[in-house]
Ligand binder design. Structure first.
Ligand code: UD1
Ligand code: CA
Length: 460
């Protein structure tokens, strides 16, 4: 049977104290609402609609290609569903309703709600959980037989209902057709003057329809992010969940609390991640790599057996057994072939470095193509930008670039050539040549001793 999902994300989130709509806040570089949409898909919902309202343009921009429905005025969760009726036209079977501010919901739980609804031919299934401190949440009311008979919002509780510890998580699975057939019966005669989706339990039961429930046992799964304190809590739970999966799959973390891996990052086996390692965006790290400490890798691919320490890597593609750092910066367009070495305080951008080349320290390589086995001396700089446009530097296989060479692009250094230390090279060098550009050195014997004497403080 097909299933659809509706993600409610029109609320403002005043307690975030932010100019950004709540669901646009991020965990590990991913907006909250994105987690919910992805969980819905992974849980079996092939059609997803997101209800937007507060900051709708901002939220919709975070969801390219996703179907959305506008709720211009936020008149409650029931009203939000009403606003999505036409966007969900034709939906039949299960409709899972989720909160855009609950990023920890798991696909397994969504699949379970669908399963329970279908198996029990229920009009609705409510996901509940038990909390030590239920304040603020809608409470689950059951009859003596334990059947769920209603949900009462915190502000509408009778004194005797206050101690109920079972709460409504705000996640449901409805029979789509039955829901829309009865949705117009919701009233706003409550403490907040809103159309509560939670009242559907009473409405459906009054029609003699079945309302079932699933009790979530995964701690934190149902945490709603209403403040930045809860945002940090949710981030920690997400971090633990993601790190645990990777550790079980063969990744060593010396201190998992200090390793942050975004969802969707792909890791091989026998990888070691040191403290303060961040693996973000669309990143893949292959088998046997050693990453960290103090390293941030974003949107990059790292080949087998590579080692990266105290470095920033963004938009780069590294081959096998590459060594990077400390304090290297690899920016977008960097391609390092296997067995290359990029050492301390080297910056590379938009450049291709061939197999086994070494750039050990203090160099800037931009818009360059280096062949295989090139050795770049310390302090070498590709002068790639003339202030108007950028130009390429090409260095052939096996070339030796002396320390502190300025390569004024566009310029080509032939294969097997050598440049003298301190040279500014601005014209092409053929293969197997030596290029030196230096003013003649003058040595004045005794000059330093003469100066010390002239100052009257000659102590040597
Ligand atoms: C809701 C539930 C409550 C439950 C709690 C769990 C209702 C009436 N109450 O309360 O039983 O315990 O979630 O977290 O449903 N939204 C809209 N449009 C609106 C109002 C809300 O899209 O007009 C969205 C919000 O952006 C949010 C979600 O619906 O993502 C829940 O709304 P919120 O105001 O946070 O509901 P709670 O008061 O937390
Ligand atoms: Ca909430």
């Amino acid at each position: 049977m097909s299933a659809a999902a509706l993600v409610l994300a029109a609320g403002e989130g005043t307690r975030m104290k932010s100019s950004l709509p709540k669901v646009a806040h991020e965990i590990l570089g991913v907006p909250l609402v994105r987690f919910v949409v992805d969980a819905a898909r992974a849980g079996g919902c092939d059609r997803v609609v997101v209800v937007t309202g507060h900051g709708a343009e901002t939220v919709e921009a975070l969801l390219p290609g996703e179907a959305t429905a506008r709720q211009e005025e936020q008149l409650g969760t029931g009203h939000a569903v009403m606003c999505a009726e036409s966007a969900l036209a034709g939906a039949s079977g299960s409709l899972v309703v989720l909160s855009g501010d609950s990023p920890l919901i798991r696909p397994e739980t969504i699949a379970r709600l669908i399963e329970v609804r279908e198996a029990g031919h229920a009009a609705a299934v409510v996901l509940t959980t038990l909390l030590d401190d239920p304040a603020g949440y809608g409470r689950i009311v059951r009859d003596d037989a334990g059947t769920l008979i209603g949900i009462v919002e915190d502000k509408d509780l009778l004194p005797e209902q206050r101690p109920i510890r079972e709460i409504n998580t705000g996640t449901y699975c409805f029979d789509a057709e039955v829901l829309f057939e009865h949705l117009h019966r919701l009233q706003n005669d409550n403490a907040q003057g809103e159309f509560y989706l939670t009242d559907m339990v009473r409405v459906l039961r009054s029609e003699g329809l079945v309302v079932a429930d699933v009790v979530s046992e995964e701690p934190g799964e149902t945490l709603g992010v209403n403040s930045r304190v809860q945002l940090a809590e949710a981030a920690c739970i997400m971090q633990r969940r993601i790190n645990r999966e990777h550790m079980l799959a063969g990744v060593t973390m010396t201190d998992p609390e200090l390793v942050w891996i975004a969802p969707g990052v792909r890791l091989g086996r026998d990888i070691v991640l040191e403290p303060m390692t961040f693996l973000l965006g669309d990143t893949e790290v292959r088998d046997g790599c050693h990453i960290g400490p103090d390293s941030r890798i974003t949107d990059s691919r790292i080949g087998e057996g590579s080692a990266i320490g105290s470095s920033v890597v963004a938009g780069a593609d590294l081959g096998r057994e590459v060594a990077v750092g400390p304090f290297a910066s690899l920016f977008p367009g960097t391609v390092l072939a296997s067995h290359t070495v990029v050492g301390a305080c080297v910056e590379i951008r938009n450049s291709i470095v061939g197999e086994g080349s070494t750039i050990p320290s203090l160099s800037y390589i931009g818009d360059a193509t280096l062949g295989a086995g090139v050795n770049v001396g310390a302090g070498t700089i590709t002068c790639n930008d003339d202030g108007v446009r950028t130009h390429r530097t090409v260095i052939g296989d096996g070339a030796f670039i002396g320390s502190d060479t300025m390569l004024v692009a566009p310029v080509t250094i032939g294969a097997g050539s050598v440049t003298g230390a301190g040279s500014t090279i601005s014209t092409d060098v053929p293969d197997d040549a030596l290029a030196v550009e230096r003013a003649e050195q003058r040595t004045v014997e005794g000059w330093a001793a003469w100066r010390r004497a002239a100052r009257g403080n000659d102590e040597t």
